[in-house]
Design a protein around this ligand. Structure first.
Ligand code: HEM
Length: 491
């Protein structure tokens, strides 16, 4: 407390070090656009500091580059670091419903209760039947139309999120609700790129009249608001309608609505529920898709990993059926592949910014209240032979799983990922099932030469592999027979 008082009154405690800055604009012109997490990791060594600072137009943001600092700030001081910075554009675009963006307040607590109630370690298995059914649809789609694997994986991740939340079945990649939600997410990703929207740095711009030059952001925000409202209202209304008709499929929405009615929580309860349910898709679909695609990319590039996984699967599951969650504890190598997938390319390398609710000091550096703080999970998990894909990192010498569950990938502290057990289960069942029946290899050109596969990713808050080509073929006749047995009613 003494340090903080001194810092506030005298400004003598320094801020975290960082790259040289220009007057007024600070580092605005030099904020890295390509893989910023890799650049910030080099600053950690260059400035020999757990925290590094970036200034743009007088605003400080801090990057946490070490596990020691991440654990201290996000976990030991978790009550202080559980807030989120509030960007003007988020509110104008209607995204102030999203659990991962709202402040640390009563509404956030109500959302987290809903997530906890439905997706914690004990309750997540209740959704296994949906995950298994969707996995069968995925396998059949990969079997019949392997070239479209990226689209199949996208639809799989989205379908799982929407079926769990609303019992809603996505029947194609052109599904109306899916299209609305994807456009809404695309718009918010653009608005969140640092420096993309001047109104985030100068909130007063929102009061300029619509005709004023440079206020295109207002039209952009209105379109987003419209999409975001539909994205939440349409599936929620569908659940309420089908509950009234007695035709509702089991879902988080229907069971929580019953609880709200039983507890008499009325309109307020429904409002919070509707907004939390919207987050099932916004936080769960793109992130899961990114991890699934990385899993396939890793398999294409590492045939020896596939061979070892198949030996394990054949021994435990045999060739007459598909893997189920009951096999999970007996398949440590497959689980290690999933953990290495999450580590090898981190879905959200800089995670989502937190901010402190009061002034603070860490290791002699001053952190003003409200400063956006990003944990560089990429730097934390990319220390030893970082680019190699080695599932063995997660195994003991005896071949059992070690204690390392890559927690940084899902964030830390009170705002950590509310769907992590569920997401890990989806990744696991997809990888186990695909490995059990398919050979994944490089695609060939017309001359029969392997088409090279490049490891290249997008740079946003959710970082996803750029498109690549590969061949997905049934392993053998036994695998083909299994594929033929899968019903194609939903494909
Ligand atoms: C592989 C898939 C996923 C990854 C890598 C991932 C990662 C993350 C990360 C890094 C955060 C920010 C944590 C922090 O600020 O400290 C987060 C937040 C969150 N995630 Fe996930 N996530 C995944 C899937 C899911 C799924 C499937 C759901 C739900 C259906 C979900 C729900 C949430 C929610 C609600 C938050 C906001 C938590 C809060 O602010 O209180 N995530 N996730």
């Amino acid at each position: 407390i003494r340090d903080i008082l001194i810092a506030r009154e005298s400004g003598r405690i320094p801020s975290p070090p960082g790259a040289p800055r220009l007057p007024i604009i600070g580092n605005a012109l030099t904020i890295p656009k390509r893989a910023p997490w890799e650049v910030y990791a080099t600053w950690w060594q260059k400035y020999n500091s757990d925290l590094v600072g970036i200034y743009a137009f007088g605003h400080l943001s801090i990057i946490v580059n070490t596990r020691k600092a991440a654990r201290e700030l996000y976990e030991r001081r978790s009550t202080v670091y559980a807030d989120r910075p509030q960007l003007t554009m988020i509110n104008l675009m209607g995204w102030d419903f999203d659990t991962s963006l709202i402040p640390y307040n009563d509404e956030w607590r109500a959302h987290r209760k809903i997530f906890h109630h439905n997706l914690n370690t004990w309750n997540a298995p209740a959704h296994h039947p949906v995950q298994l059914a969707q996995t069968e649809i995925l396998l059949k789609s990969l079997y019949t139309d392997p070239h479209e694997f990226e689209n199949h994986l996208r639809r799989y991740a989205a379908s799982i999120a929407l079926s769990i939340a609303y019992g809603y079945n996505v029947d194609s990649n052109t599904d109306n609700i899916l299209k609305i939600a994807e456009e809404a997410i695309d718009m918010v990703s653009k608005a969140l790129v640092p420096g993309a929207m001047a109104v985030n740095a100068i909130p007063a711009l929102r009061y300029l009249p619509d005709w004023f030059p440079g206020t295109g952001f207002k039209q952009f925000a209105k379109r987003s608001m419209d999409l975001v409202t539909k994205m939440q209202d349409m599936p929620f209304a569908h659940v309420k309608r089908s509950m009234a008709e007695g035709t509702a499929s089991p879902s988080v929405a229907s069971s929580e609505i019953e609880l709200i009615n039983a507890r008499g929580e009325g309109e307020q309860g429904e409002k919070y529920l509707k907004r939390a349910l919207g987050t099932f898709f916004t936080a769960g679909a793109d992130t899961t898709f990114s991890a699934l695609l990385t899993g396939i990319l890793a398999l294409v590039l590492h045939p020896a990993v596939q061979t070892r996984a198949r030996a394990e699967l054949d021994q435990v599951v045999g060739r007459g059926r598909l893997p189920t969650f009951a096999d999970r504890s007996l398949l440590p190598y497959v689980t290690a592949i999933c953990r290495e997938t999450l580590r090898w390319h981190i879905v959200s390398p800089l995670t989502i910014p937190h901010c402190p609710t009061q002034d603070d000091v860490y290791d002699g550096m001053f952190i003003p209240k409200g400063t956006p703080i990003m944990m560089n999970a990429w730097a934390i998990l990319h220390n030893h032979d970082p680019d190699a894909f080695k599932p063995e990192r997660f195994l003991t010498e005896e071949g059992t799983l070690n204690d390392d569950e890559v927690p940084f990938v899902f964030g830390l502290g009170r705002r950590n990922c509310a769907g992590m057990h569920f997401a890990s289960a989806t990744l696991w069942i997809m990888m186990a099932s695909v490995l059990a029946v398919f050979n994944i290899s490089k695609a060939r050109d017309e001359q029969g030469n392997d088409i090279p596969v490049e490891v290249a990713y997008t740079d946003g808050m959710v970082s996803t592999s750029l498109p690549f080509r590969c061949s997905i073929q049934p392993r053998d006749h036994a695998a083909e027979e299994l594929m033929e047995q899968i019903g194609d009613a939903n494909v």
